[in-house]
Design a protein around this ligand. Structure first.
Ligand SMILES: Nc1nc2c(c(=O)[nH]1)N[C@H]1C(S)=C(S)[C@@H](COP(=O)(O)O)O[C@H]1N2
Ligand SMILES: [Mo]
Length: 167
């Protein structure tokens, strides 16, 4: 069992090595997201602390989808979770995602990387204020895959995300 877990962790770590030897720059603006736990690239206190400019400088993706929370199709823009995890050198089995309101949900790492999920910071071109589920909202491309249209994925879709622990 232990061997299996180690082998899985090694596989999960492969795409995360791109920046593993570089240090992460320090945030200059307000820290909006802290990634802790199994992250290889950190910038203080064993965590990767990111301001919005650092997140916006990462790979970008757009997801146009219907959701349970708004009327009609919405266009979300953000960093793919896969790219975010690669940027901080994340490895492991799961993400423990916490929101400003202390909502907590767990996302298997493989699922975060395979299902096209993004950590959105814009909706229909506008930054999302905290009162409108911002500034960071986990969004899957629900409309493109029926398998995403259920409580499992809606539950993983944390809004007001502020912390991610990689385990
Ligand atoms: N920050 C935060 N994100 C959250 C929640 C929450 O309470 N807080 N609820 C989750 C759950 S369990 C589901 S099913 C969906 C839908 O929540 P809603 O029924 O309140 O719209 O959002 C998810 N994201
Ligand atoms: Mo839910």
């Amino acid at each position: 069992m232990r061997l299996v877990a180690t082998a899985l962790a090694a596989v999960a770590a492969l795409p995360a090595t791109a920046h593993a030897d570089e240090t992460l720059q320090a945030p200059s603006g307000r820290v909006v997201l802290t990634l802790s736990g199994r992250v290889a690239r950190t910038n203080g206190e064993g965590a990767a602390r990111l301001d919005m400019a650092m997140i916006e400088a990462m790979e970008r993706a757009t997801v146009a989808t219907r959701t349970p929370w708004y009327d009609g199709e919405q266009v979300f823009e953000g960093v793919p979770l896969r790219a975010l995890l690669r940027e901080v050198g994340a490895s492991g089995q799961k993400l423990v995602v916490r929101a400003l309101n202390n909502y907590m949900t767990e996302i298997p790492l493989a699922d975060a990387e395979a299902r096209g999920a993004i950590l959105a910071y814009r909706r229909n071109g506008e930054p999302m204020p905290v009162r409108d589920k911002g500034p960071l909202f986990v969004i899957y491309p629900y409309s493109s895959d029926r398998a995403l249209q259920n409580e499992v994925y809606y539950g993983r879709s944390a809004w007001q995300v502020s912390r991610i622990a990689v385990e």
